[in-house]
Design a protein around this ligand. Sequence first.
Ligand code: ADP
Ligand code: MG
Length: 547
Amino acid sequence: MANNANMQPIFILQEGTQRSQGKSAQKTNIAAAKAVAEAVRTTLGPKGMDKMLVDTLGDITITNDGVTILNEMSIDHPSAKMIVEVAKTQESEVGDGTTTAVILAGELLANAEKLLDSNIHPTVIARGYRMAAEKSMVILKNISEDISQKDTELLKKIAITAMTGKGAESAKDHLAAIAIKAVKRVIEKDKDSIYYNKDDIKIEKKVGGSIEESQLIEGIAIDKERVHSGMPRVVRNAKVAVIDSSIEVKGPETDAKIQITSPDQLESFVMQEEKMIKEMVERIAASGATVVICQKGIDEIAQHFFAKRGIFAVRRVKRSDISAIAKATGAKVITSLKELNKEDLGNAGLVEQVRFGEDDMIFIKECKNPQAVTIIIKGATNHVVDEIKRAMEDAIGDTAAALVDGKVVAGAGSPEMEIARNLRKFAEGLSGREQLAVLAFADAMEVIPKTLAENAGLDPIDIITELKAAHDKGMKWGGVDVSTGKINDAWKKGVVEPMRVKKQAISSASEVAEMILRIDDVIAAAGGASEDIRRPPAGGMGADMPF
Ligand code: ADP
Ligand code: MG
């Protein structure tokens, strides 16, 4: 009698826990990653298509931007989410290159799958990928070109390349000029290093008018009007008080009950209230403030008193604007009026309310910190300004990354081809299995020119063959000419990108691929994963997506 037959199965996991192990776990994870890459594939490059995303409230987003698409898709599968993280990292590190990073990650895993099928151990593949990724960084650096602030034409090419395919085509020169001017304005130089803080450039959207009317304001622009028409429209040498409490007696938060039994009582109550508000205004005026920027409400009586004193006041200013104004003017954000002192005020040479298109905006210029700038994006509809804003963010991110690192490469698939070629040479010196992994990595690089060609309606196999031949002949920047369907010199064509876009995309794509490859057991607590972890997302993407 075999003992085993009587043995009770042992449950070590809670009831309802989902578990997937070994090959099956790897397969599903890879399938999920590929599905995410597939979802953004058609948007890559100048001929990439857009996607229309409809959220649960019916709001529509039309975009070509990888990270925006993935954010809106509300992806649920755990390893698919890891790929989305790659796009988010790319977005925060550079801004541009999100689609590239995701497509690369998908292809690295797709190629790893083939190696897994021929029984190569995942850790060997992961190790090979690590070696290839490190080598790619060296290759990138070797092939990159130098750039400095003086290279005006080159900077323009970078900004324009960043915006291609994003609905900014019609006004690309104008928008590129704005992006470059803004970046040059805010970067800080210290000896040989250049620093850039993206919070220094504020982007404000304004629906109405044309994209051509978009402009750069040297200072902070806020989409607000002063609270009372009796206030001055223009204040010179402004002393700015930035306040994040309300200038009211009873904020909407308080819920006190007062019993009034006679008309006298009511009158004295009203008078008392008025007195308190007047005191608040007086306290602010006594500090010497001539401009009041308030994050919360300003009572009507206070508005009146401010106007009488010639103080320019704005209420309900967004929190992000409050910090931008405080930073630009050097003001301290005041939480309690009692604390307000002369030293807390900020300075601005000019604060004015100006007519901007259909309505008014407030400009705070000639600030103490001249590094603060605002770009106002104009366009006919909400969808247009949203997409132009995203294009502008990429143009700014790319220009800044190029200047900070001082290194650029051509695009159109040329650096990926060059990396693939050099990796294959590198692989020759390696032994068996690792060599296969490095070669798989090299092949994966080619997915970028391949996808650019596909999206332009070209034959990817022909293009890759021609590109390989061109690069073998020493045409370092040989890339896909999406308009003629031929091979061209992408550098001469003016398709230029910061090296950092490629560096970041390759390193984060390979990191996530390695991480996913090392997983051979997925254990999901009951209710933890709302989607079945044993299945990749349906239909290649969120099943309820409108595309
Ligand atoms: P990402 O989110 O990765 O930035 P994009 O849709 O912006 O995706 O596409 C970027 C790719 O398009 C890069 O490989 C870039 O070199 C390429 N590209 C941009 N402009 C051109 C062009 N004029 N011709 C060919 N390729 C281009
Ligand atoms: Mg891009």
